[in-house]
Design a protein around this ligand. Sequence first.
Ligand code: NAP
Length: 323
Amino acid sequence: MTETRHTRLLIIGSGPAGYTAAIYGARAMLSPILLQGMQPGGQLTITTEVENWPGEVSIQGPELMQKMEHHAREMGAEIIVEHVVALDLSRRPFRAECDSGAAFTADALILATGAQAKWLGLPSEERFKGFGVSACATCDGFFYRGKEVVVVGGGNTAVEEALFLTNFATRVTLVHRRDSLRAERILQERLFRNPKITVVWNHVVEEVLGEQAPPGVTGVRVADVATGETRVIPCAGLFVAIGHAPASELVQGQLEMHHGGYVKVEPGSTRTSVPGVFAAGDLTDHVYRQAVTSAGMGCMAALDAEKFLAAEAGGSAAGLAAQ
Ligand code: NAP
């Protein structure tokens, strides 16, 4: 028989939104349980330096997330390595089933499952995933020592990945579909100053080229968006950094969403279309998507959840407001 545990407040996700919700939930004496998911610490665990977390001029992403986890535990949150595979929001208590067979029921739920990397959607990209095609320079950059690589994208992630890859690769080519980047100015300046990096503007990746036995990438065919003219950029690796999509599969068809699968919340709150279910961070935010804004939303979600539970119990949320 598998164990089913009940908690007043269940938090799913372990990025800045989840851990902040856990800190506030614990301080509100709700004894929250946080389920970490497949990637404890979330996306920041696969980045390098973080330079925009207030109070830390520069900190490694994994270290920042370890600190947040430690903080949440110290406040009294229970943090469990479980991956939720099914959620039932149709009745209360809400029910979460995990891949281990464990199940949790909860009076209130905070969803903070974040986002995951998007792919180009090319059959050749699929064929070489893990054999030269990657969405994580921090994870795989080391394999490209002394080799040439291509990064595709024009946002902060693409520029950070390109810069990071210069630590290993002899040459990094950034392929972008427009003639300007959307990355922050400070990152753009670092990119343009780096002699190992070349930017190929107004081009899209059409095909990943490579060999099958043993599998490996030898280049990418890119096309000019204006003329359609194609050419091959030789490389041993392609890093796809074209943004992220919300990890909302668990609540598909159960909660109202925006286009693109972002969970809809009432403006100025974290309340979703199901009373007692709150959403925070990249799962719901398609505008700011920063660690610090996610953390802010995690705080809001805990405050909203506490207010919801207190109203149900006929109590008051005044205690939390004073925290
Ligand atoms: P993003 O800002 O959405 O940028 C995605 C980039 O990929 C854009 O340049 C976009 O081109 C391009 N793109 C999208 N689909 C494409 C396709 N099918 N083919 C080719 N190119 C495509 O995503 P992100 O860079 O992952 O950043 C996500 C969020 O996290 C942002 O809010 C960012 O600020 C934040 N972030 C912050 C930091 C930091 O503060 N240090 C680091 C990483 C990420 P267009 O420009 O033409 O749309």
